[in-house]
Design a protein around this ligand. Structure first.
Ligand code: C2E
Ligand code: MG
Ligand code: MG
Length: 321
């Protein structure tokens, strides 16, 4: 790490390797093969190396094709949002929904976001996609009961647009959603890929009243300095920790530490990917504030949102009765 102007800058290295003559006989061919191998490293876990393989040509072509398809899908409105409820663990009441993008491909069926979001991020497509998701989610949430929030995922790439603040402010105005009801989910990747202007955009959004959550906490570098660099409203504990939560696992200690740090910093915690009663019980003991996962509901299409709200409202009544 380097200290530059008071900032700690960390750089990492990804390497693509091609070997002649089998991967290419000319300089151009070798560089192309090395480039493909590098591309493959960057598309997966960065900071490592890969040797060129023939299959990488196909991977690149598939990705290019997906990019073309995605561009058309956006124009043709083939993307939709599904909504997953987030519940208060203590009261069992719905506090809001997270909007999750879905691509209903005419031939391939449902394409998961884990596949198309990275492609959108590599091209500039994440910008129109992100704007669409934000507008659609705010528009829908504006029609829900006032005490329900809507969480929208933001890619680090969206913070490279100088218009992000304005777009969000304008979207709130146009859809009539109160800023306090919008929760933006960002991952710590944002601190690795962006600069000062990101923090200033986040601060302006907070001044506007929008809430900001740190998503997937525990997966990346999870540096505590990220928690200090911005006053997040919420930390979402990644499901990797939740899925392995057993009475004896070390994950208990980690979740407990995250809950304590969050409390001390005035942030709440949401556990992601809760699937079993046992996990729920442990999370209650650990003092987690909110939960989200298949145990309660998978993400549902917009038409099923009212019944999801009704289901948890009636549970609340049954509990009170
Ligand atoms: P995320 O924001 O961490 O979303 C949580 C993911 O966990 C969702 O996957 C959700 O369907 C899944 N999940 C929820 N409960 C459970 C559970 O109990 N068990 C298991 N195994 N999984 C559960 P999904 O919908 O496939 O989305 C994956 C990721 O794609 C999201 O992770 C988010 O990072 C990204 N994404 C989705 N929509 C958008 C979007 O509109 N914009 C951006 N930038 N990213 C998005
Ligand atoms: Mg999220
Ligand atoms: Mg997450």
């Amino acid at each position: 790490p380097y200290e530059i102007d008071g900032y700690r800058i960390r750089s990492n290295v990804s390497i693509g390797i091609a070997i002649g003559p089998q991967d290419g006989e000319s300089v151009d061919d070798l560089l192309m093969a090395a480039d493909l191998a590098l591309y493959s490293v960057k598309a997966g876990n960065r900071g490592t190396y890969k040797f060129y393989e023939k299959a990488m040509n196909k991977e690149l072509n598939d990705r290019r094709q997906m990019e073309l398809d995605l561009r058309e899908a956006l124009e043709r409105n083939e993307l939709e949002l599904h909504y997953q409820p987030i519940l208060n663990l203590r009261t069992n009441v719905i506090t809001g929904f997270e909007a999750l993008a879905r691509w209903r491909h005419p031939i391939k069926g449902m394409v998961p976001p884990a596949l198309f979001i990275p492609v959108a991020e590599d091209s500039e497509l994440i910008l129109p996609l992100g704007e669409w998701a934000l507008r659609e989610a705010c528009h829908k949430a504006a029609q829900w009961p006032d005490d329900l929030r809507i969480a929208v995922n933001l890619s680090p790439k969206q913070f490279t647009s100088p218009n992000l603040f304005h777009t969000i402010e304008q979207t709130l105005k146009e859809t009539g959603l109160a800023p306090e009801r919008l929760e933006l989910e960002i991952t710590e990747r944002i601190f690795m890929e962006n600069n000062d202007s990101t923090l200033s955009t986040l601060r302006r959004l907070k001044e506007l009243g929008v809430r900001v959550s740190l998503d997937d906490f525990g997966t990346g570098y999870s540096s505590l300095s990220y928690l200090r660099s911005f006053p997040f409203d919420k930390i979402k504990v990644d499901r990797a920790f939740v899925s392995d939560l057993k009475d004896s696992s070390e994950h208990i200690v980690i979740v407990q530490a995250v809950v304590s740090i969050a409390r001390a910093l005035g942030m709440t915690t949401t556990a992601e990917g809760v699937e079993t009663e046992d996990q729920q019980r442990l999370l209650t003991t650990l003092g987690c504030d909110e939960v989200q996962g298949y145990l309660y509901s998978a993400p549902v299409p917009i038409e099923n949102v009212p019944e999801t709200i009704a289901k948890w409202a009636s549970q609340k009544k049954t509990k009170a009765a």
